[in-house]
Design a protein around this ligand. Structure first.
Ligand SMILES: [Zn+2]
Length: 223
C-alpha cells in the first residue's frame, strides 16, 4: 500500500474512532425533548419491573472510557435529595445519560438554576424534568410548620408557596403540596432568563413536572 493512501486510511480510521467515541457520549445531542422523555419513562417501566438494561461489568467500564472526555446527557433531572429517589435508578439510566441536580424538596436557587443552565447551554440537553415524590420529608416539614434550626428554615420557606396554594384542597395536603411544588418549580424555571426562557418559547426545550411514587416506583407526569 502506498504511504499516502495508507495515511489517508489511518486518518479516516482515527476520525471514525473519534466520532464513534463522541457518538457514544454525544449521541444525545440530537435527542429532542419528546424522545428524551420517552426514554426516561421507558426506563422507569424497566425499573418498576426490575429489568434493568443498563450496562454492567465490562460494558459499564467501556461506557466509562467512552465518556471520559465528553458528555451529552439527554435530560436534566431536578429531583429531591431523598435517598429513595435516585434518578439514575428510577429511570434505569447509566453514565452520561442524565444530568442530575438534587436538593431537598427540589427547591431552586441561583446555583441550582446555573447548574441546569450549564447543561442546556453547554451540553445540548433539551429536556428538564422536575421530580417531586410521595411523602417528601421536606414538603411534609413545610406543611407541618416544623420549627427547624440552621439553614433548614430557608429551605422550607422555598416550599411554602406550594403549601399555601394547596391549603383547603380535597385530598392529602402533603401530597397535594408535593405536586404543586414540582409544578411551581417547573413553571418558575421557564422564566429564569436568557438561556432557558427563549429555548422554551421556541419549543427547543421542554420542562415537565413529575411525581414519583415510593409505593409503586412509577413516575407520573403532572399536568
Ligand atoms: Zn423529598
Amino acid at each position: 500500500m502506498k504511504t499516502a493512501k495508507k495515511n489517508t486510511i489511518q486518518i479516516l480510521t482515527y476520525c471514525w474512532l473519534a466520532f464513534a467515541a463522541s457518538a457514544t457520549g454525544g449521541e444525545s445531542a440530537s435527542i429532542g425533548a419528546d424522545e428524551a422523555l420517552s426514554r426516561l419513562l421507558n426506563g422507569d417501566k424497566r425499573f418498576i419491573a426490575g429489568k434493568s438494561e443498563e450496562p454492567q461489568g465490562a460494558a459499564l467500564i467501556e461506557r466509562r472510557h467512552d465518556l471520559a472526555k465528553d458528555q451529552k446527557p439527554f435530560a436534566v433531572i431536578l429531583s429531591c435529595s431523598d435517598s429513595r429517589v435516585p434518578p439514575e435508578l428510577v429511570f434505569d439510566a447509566t453514565l452520561g445519560d442524565i444530568f442530575v441536580v438534587r436538593t431537598a424538596g427540589e427547591v431552586v436557587d441561583e446555583i441550582v438554576v446555573g447548574s441546569i443552565e450549564y447543561a442546556i447551554e453547554h451540553l445540548g440537553t433539551h429536556l428538564i424534568v422536575v421530580l417531586g415524590h410521595q411523602r417528601c420529608g421536606a414538603v411534609s416539614a413545610a406543611v407541618s410548620g416544623a420549627k427547624e434550626t440552621g439553614d433548614i428554615p430557608d429551605l422550607l420557606k422555598a416550599i411554602l408557596p406550594a403549601v399555601e396554594e394547596t391549603k383547603g384542597q380535597s385530598g392529602d395536603h402533603i401530597d397535594n403540596a408535593v405536586r404543586a411544588n414540582a409544578r411551581d418549580i417547573a413553571k418558575r424555571l421557564q422564566s429564569t432568563g436568557p438561556i432557558i426562557t427563549p429555548r422554551v418559547q421556541s419549543g427547543e426545550l421542554k420542562i415537565v413536572a413529575a411525581y414519583y411514587s415510593l409505593d409503586t416506583g412509577q413516575v407520573e407526569l403532572l399536568k
